[in-house]
Ligand binder design. Structure first.
Ligand SMILES: [Zn+2]
Length: 414
């Protein structure tokens, strides 16, 4: 692995944090938590800091409906006294993102105390924040160390940890989409990172039977998987290894939720459901012979660029401009020459494509794992209507530059 920040996973995270501060000469802190994470771990970290007679400011945000938005960020900025302080994030995705952003903008470093195995973003440098109602991923920085108090993770709400499983199992399809994009569309690729992304997914599957029990063994594996997945993104420089066609389907649902101010859709749950869908397309790819693939590619009728743009306008008018600006692959394929070249690439790389597809577990297996972990497996369990499911399935591939299984599915008519 490349140079990564030190990570602790165990019972003595708080003690190790104190030792880290003694060695590093950190004496002033700003602790950020929400009312829930403060109760389960933040208070303990605060008392440990105070027991050393160190200087600490605490910011405990209201836990319900907390977002990394201007309101939350301002509360942290207001508490900052412009002294040099080590920021301490005690929480999962949202708290870590709020701390990542505010510490970066106040020129302070930060450390993270994760409180659930729900996300792979702990090691990330980017923070998704909503300012003025507009959500964007903003470049900040990664924590300088991560202290995982395992008993806290084990005691986290079961659905949160199960949702983390959905995000981890997605590395099977996301990493495969990435490698296929590399073969057909020529994007950068790194075999070692690809293998690590697959490892993260396998690590979670090894313990899938005991995730719902929240045992230390299962939560350690989940956290190792989440950190490994986060490092894949950090080392590659963007989210490509850990976010493929399945994430693009989930992103559409997440956007719909955001636009309509609906609540209760968890990232990992949405991604897990999408994995079942995209793994199903990989199932179909695996049984396709090269000859059959050739015939299907000869029959395919890709709508013209104008037709596709009209459909995007009809169904996703709110993000139409951003989509078109990215010049999506499927629109580019409406050009006859581009399609001819792509068709040749697909057929000449057929064996390698099949080798990649063989890494993806069958959809029925993914569904079984998710069920065992305690996570939803079909859109309706997430409160997603048939129409919303269809929209994401048919338009997800427009969101990012990825030659994902969602595009192959269109070309082969799955
Ligand atoms: Zn994800």
């Amino acid at each position: 692995m490349r140079g990564h920040m030190p990570i602790t996973i165990g019972d003595t995270a708080v003690e190790e944090f104190l030792e880290f501060c003694r060695k590093g000469g950190y004496r002033k802190f700003l602790l950020v938590a929400d009312s829930n994470t403060f109760r389960v771990l933040g208070e303990r970290v605060l008392k440990a800091i105070q027991s050393q007679n160190w200087d600490v400011i605490q910011v405990v945000l209201e836990g319900e409906n907390l977002h990394s938005d201007d309101f939350a960020l301002m509360q942290v900025f207001k508490a900052d006294d412009q002294e040099e302080r080590l920021y301490v994030a005690v929480g999962s995705g949202t708290i870590t993102d709020i701390t990542r952003f505010t510490s970066h903008r106040t020129h302070n470093l930060f450390v993270s105390f994760p409180t659930a195995a729900s996300v792979d973003a702990y090691t990330s440098v980017n923070a998704p924040v909503t300012i003025g109602g507009l959500k964007g991923s903003i470049y900040c920085h990664a924590p300088i160390a991560i202290f995982t108090h395992l008993p806290t993770i084990c005691a986290a709400p079961k659905f949160l940890n199960a949702s983390g499983f959905g995000d981890l199992v997605s590395k099977f399809t996301s990493a495969s989409d990435w490698k296929i994009t590399h073969l057909i569309w020529g994007v950068d690729f790194d075999e070692e990172i690809y293998q690590r992304a697959l490892w993260a997914a396998r690590r979670a599957c090894e313990v899938v039977d005991i995730i719902h029990k929240g045992t230390p063994e299962s939560m350690r594996a989940m956290m190792e998987g989440q950190f490994a997945s986060g490092f894949c993104m950090a080392d590659f420089g963007n989210s490509t290894p850990a976010s493929g066609g399945e994430h693009h389907i989930a992103h559409i649902w997440e956007m719909l939720w955001h636009w309509h101010e609906r609540k209760g859709l968890y990232h990992g749950q949405a991604v897990g459901v999408s994995v079942v869908i995209t793994a199903g397309w990989y199932d179909k790819l695996r049984v396709l012979s090269r000859e059959e693939a050739k015939q299907r590619l000869e029959r395919v009728n890709i709508p013209t660029a104008e037709k596709q743009k009209a459909l995007i306008h009809e169904h996703l008018a709110r993000i139409e401009k951003e989509i078109i600006e990215h010049n999506p692959i499927y629109i580019q394929l409406s050009d006859k020459q581009v399609f001819m070249n792509t068709k040749e690439k697909i057929l000449s790389q057929w064996e390698q494509i099949q080798t990649i597809a063989a890494q993806v577990p069958p959809a029925v297996q993914c569904r079984k794992w998710l069920k065992t972990a305690g996570s939803p497996t079909i859109p309706s369990e997430l409160g997603i209507s048939e129409e919303e499911a269809r929209l994401a399935i048919d338009y997800g591939h427009y969101l990012r530059e990825r030659f994902s299984i969602a595009i192959l599915r269109k070309l082969f008519g799955f």
